[in-house]
Design a protein around this ligand. Sequence first.
Ligand code: BGC
Length: 249
Amino acid sequence: METNSYQNILSIDIGGSNVKATILNKDGAITMDYQRVETPKPTTPERLLQTIQGLTKNFPVFDCISAGFPGYVKKGVVITAPNLDTSLWHNVDLRKLLSDTFGKPAKVVNDADMQGLGVVNGKGFEIVVTLGTGFGTALLMDGYLLPHLEIAHHPITKNKDYDQYIGEKAMLEIGDKRWNKRIKKVIGILQTVFNYDHLYIGGGNAKKIDFDLDSNITIVSNKDGIKGGARLWRMEEHPQVRPSYTAAQ
Ligand code: BGC
């Protein structure tokens, strides 16, 4: 659904380890080389904004901004930032900060949700997971975002949530072989719990998967995910549950 006439979108993927940015045209095509820089530590809102300004200072002109943030985001306001530091981010209106800093309208959603908008086919129930510092998840029905769930923080063992079980730190601790076994188990759980039509696996560590995947599972790149920044401006403001999803099938 077209709601605006913005031609060029600054799309920013804020990750626990790197911040990536590019300019998209309104159809989601990447118009310049994708740039990345390390996420500043500690990641205060001020330092993150400075980092984004530095990263984008030689970028061509853009009309609006989309950002994916690694935590729970409500109407552009950050609620949690598990891999950055929730105490620095709770209730920070990142949408307003970006908009004020750059003098352009901005939208901010969960990072996996933004990636999800960039990679799905728009057919049926699709799940997008990202394997990086944390475990990002996005659920979409016919290409529309369903309410964001922080599956990353659902317990999978007696004392571990998904982030602790298959996140970057766990992968480095247990090694690729054991990590792959865990990923296999998690995919099995997603299959049983959600019965998705298609599962997309993105994030920097997706390339470490060393086993064969079912035909309804696809590995996707961060570059594809960042394209979600364009769809964010073509959709209504809020993620929505489509009527067809709740109606009897
Ligand atoms: C956060 C999610 C985020 C994911 C990937 C998790 O720790 O809770 O909101 O999408 O990391 O960055």
